[in-house]
Design a protein around this ligand. Structure first.
Ligand code: AHR
Length: 506
C-alpha cells in the first residue's frame, strides 16, 4: 500500500475558483447537436426542438460555459447559414468533418438553448476560411443594439435583445495541418491581431481567446504561443490549449498519469506568456483557456472508422472517469492561470451524456467526476502540501501516486477535497490534516465528514450503457475525520470527493 500525507492550510491559496473552469463544448460533430441536444421529433422535445431529457442531464452535469460551434467545424462555417427561418437555411457540405450540415441549428438557436439550460455561451469565429469582416459581422449580429443592419436582422429573427456574448475564440486549432485554412504562426498571429483589434472597436470589454497549440506534442508548441502573443499581447486575454488523452499502445499506467502532461502544458504556456510580459515590463497576465480537453480514443477510432460518422457515442469506463477526475484536479491546481476550460464534448461523441435518437439519454462514467467537482468545488482553491509515494510511468517517469486539491467555501467554511489514486494496483493510505488557524484568524476548531463519494470499481473496464445506465455511479467512500484530521484508504485507480464540514461549537 502507498502512503500520502496532505496538509491543507486555509491561508495557503491558489486563488479564487473561476467558475468557467467547468465549461463544456457543443460542436457540429457526430450527434452532439442533431439527435444530441436537438431533436424536434423526440417525445421530450421542447417548443424549440431541444431535448428536455438532455437539458435536464446538462443541468445536473453543471457546465458553466459552453463553447460553440467548433472545433474544426468552425473553420469552414458560414454563420449566416444558421440564422433566420429554418426552411430557408441552406444545406451544405461540411468540409471539416466531411459530412452534410443542415443548418437547422445555428447561433440564435444555440444561444437560446444555452440560456435555457443556464450556461454562458462562448462563441468561436471562423479564421480558417474567413476573416475580419465575417467575425465583425457575427459580433454585430450577436451583440449589436437594434439600429444597424445585422442587429436588426437578429431582431427580425426573433431576438430583439442582444445575445451579449462576452467571450470569443479567435478561430480554432489554427496550428494544425488538419484545420481548414491552417496557417503558420506568423500568418495566424497577424490575422488574430487584426481580428481582435477590429472586434475591440465594436466592444472593448469582450474577452478574446487566441489560438494556442492543439496539443503539447505539436512541433510548433512554444514557438506558436510566443509568436501569437508577441503580436496579440495587448489585444487578447487568454490563449487556448487543447489536449486529449488515451492509453497509448495499451500503457494504462501512463494514461492514469495524463494530468502530468496537462500540468506541464499549462506551465509551458504560462512561462511563455510571462516571458513576453517581462520583455514588455507589463503587469498583464495572459491566462489559459483550456477549451478542449478529455479522454479520446483516437488510436481506437483510427482503427475503427471515421470520426464524425452519424452514430458515434463514446463509451467511457471507470479508468477514463478517474483520468477525467484527475484532469479536473489539475485545472483547479492552476486556477490562478487557467481562466476557462471546456470538456470536449458535451453529448455523444466524446460526451459525458449519450443519447439514442428517439430514445433515452444516459450518463457516461465521466459524467460523475465532472458533475461532483462542478457542484462541490466552491470559493477558493487551496494549495495543499502533498507528500506522496511515487509510482513509475513509462511516459512521465516517476509521478506522485496521489493527485489532490481542495477548495474552501468561505460562506459555509466547508472544505471539499478532490483526490485520485493513480496506481492501478496499489491502495493508498491518505492522511490529511487542516492546519490550525493563524492567530486572530477565525476558523473551525473541528471538522466532521459531510460526505465522501468515490468513482471506483473492481472492474476498471465497467461502463454504462443504455440498458445499464447506472452501472458506474459515484458511491459512498470510506474515511474518518477526527478533529482536524482525515484518514482514508483509496483503492487503486479511484477518484474521490470528500467534503469536510465545520463542527459548530456546542
Ligand atoms: O473535439 C473534437 C475535435 O478535436 C475538435 O473539433 C478539434 O478542435 C479538435 O481537434
Amino acid at each position: 500500500m502507498g502512503e500520502a500525507v496532505v496538509r491543507l492550510d486555509p491561508a495557503n491559496v491558489v486563488g479564487p475558483l473561476p467558475r468557467r473552469l467547468f465549461g463544456s463544448f457543443v460542436e457540429h460533430l457526430g450527434r452532439c447537436v442533431y439527435t444530441g441536444i436537438y431533436e424536434p421529433d423526440h417525445p421530450a422535445a421542447d417548443a424549440l426542438g431541444f431535448r428536455t431529457d438532455v437539458a435536464e442531464l446538462v443541468r445536473e452535469l453543471g457546465p458553466t460555459t459552453v463553447r460553440y460551434p467548433g472545433g474544426n467545424f468552425v473553420s469552414g462555417y458560414r454563420w449566416e447559414d444558421g440564422v433566420g427561418p429554418r426552411e430557408r437555411r441552406p444545406v451544405r457540405f461540411d468540409a471539416a468533418w466531411q459530412t452534410v450540415e443542415t443548418n437547422q441549428v445555428g447561433t440564435d438557436d444555440f444561444v437560446d438553448w444555452a440560456r435555457g439550460v443556464g450556461v454562458e455561451p462562448m462563441l468561436a469565429v471562423n479564421l480558417g476560411t474567413r476573416g475580419v469582416t465575417e467575425a465583425l459581422d457575427l459580433l454585430e449580429y450577436c451583440n449589436g443594439r437594434p439600429g444597424t443592419a445585422l442587429a436588426d436582422q437578429r431582431a427580425a429573427n426573433g431576438h430583439r435583445e442582444p445575445h451579449d456574448v462576452r467571450i470569443w475564440c479567435l478561430g480554432n486549432e489554427m496550428d494544425g495541418p488538419w484545420q481548414l485554412g491552417h496557417k503558420t504562426a506568423e500568418e495566424y498571429a497577424r490575422l488574430a491581431e487584426e481580428t481582435a483589434r477590429a472586434m475591440r472597436r465594436l466592444d472593448g470589454s469582450l474577452e478574446l481567446v487566441a489560438c494556442g497549440s492543439s496539443n503539447r506534442a505539436m512541433p510548433t508548441f512554444g514557438v506558436w504561443e510566443r509568436t501569437v502573443l508577441d503580436r496579440c499581447f495587448e489585444l487578447v486575454d487568454h490563449i487556448s490549449a487543447h489536449a486529449y488523452y488515451e492509453p497509448v499502445d495499451g500503457d494504462v499506467d501512463s494514461f492514469l498519469a495524463s494530468s502530468e502532461d496537462m500540468h506541464r502544458f499549462i506551465d509551458g504556456v504560462v512561462a511563455t506568456a510571462d516571458h513576453l510580459a517581462a520583455v514588455r515590463r507589463s503587469d498583464k497576465r495572459i491566462t489559459v483557456s483550456f477549451d478542449e480537453w478529455n479522454v479520446w480514443f483516437q488510436q481506437r477510432s483510427s482503427d475503427g472508422g471515421a470520426i464524425g460518422g452519424d452514430d458515434q457515442v463514446s463509451v467511457y469506463d471507470v479508468t477514463d472517469a478517474v483520468v477525467v477526475g484527475s484532469l479536473l484536479i489539475t485545472l483547479l491546481q492552476h486556477a490562478d492561470r487557467v481562466a476557462a476550460a471546456c470538456q470536449a464534448q458535451l453529448v455523444n461523441l466524446l460526451g459525458p451524456i449519450s443519447t439514442r435518437p428517439g430514445g433515452p439519454a444516459w450518463r457516461q462514467s465521466i459524467f460523475h467526476p465532472f458533475a461532483l467537482t462542478s457542484r462541490y468545488a466552491r470559493g477558493t482553491v487551496l494549495r495543499p502540501l502533498v507528500r506522496s509515494d511515487r509510482i513509475e510511468t513509462t511516459r512521465y517517469g516517476p509521478v506522485d501516486q496521489l493527485v489532490a486539491t481542495a477548495t474552501l467555501d468561505s460562506e459555509t467554511a466547508q472544505i471539499a477535497v478532490f483526490a485520485v489514486n493513480r496506481s492501478r494496483t496499489a491502495e493508498l493510505a491518505l492522511t490529511l490534516d487542516v492546519a490550525p488557524p493563524l492567530p486572530g484568524q477565525a476558523a473551525p476548531a473541528q471538522y466532521r465528514l459531510a460526505e465522501h463519494v468515490t468513482v471506483h470499481d473492481d472492474d476498471p473496464g465497467a461502463h454504462n450503457t443504455e440498458q445499464e445506465p447506472d452501472r458506474v455511479v459515484a458511491r459512498p467512500g470510506s474515511s474518518s475525520v477526527r478533529g482536524r484530521v482525515l484518514r482514508a484508504v483509496l483503492p487503486p485507480a479511484s477518484w474521490h470527493c470528500i467534503r469536510l464540514a465545520p463542527v459548530e461549537p456546542s
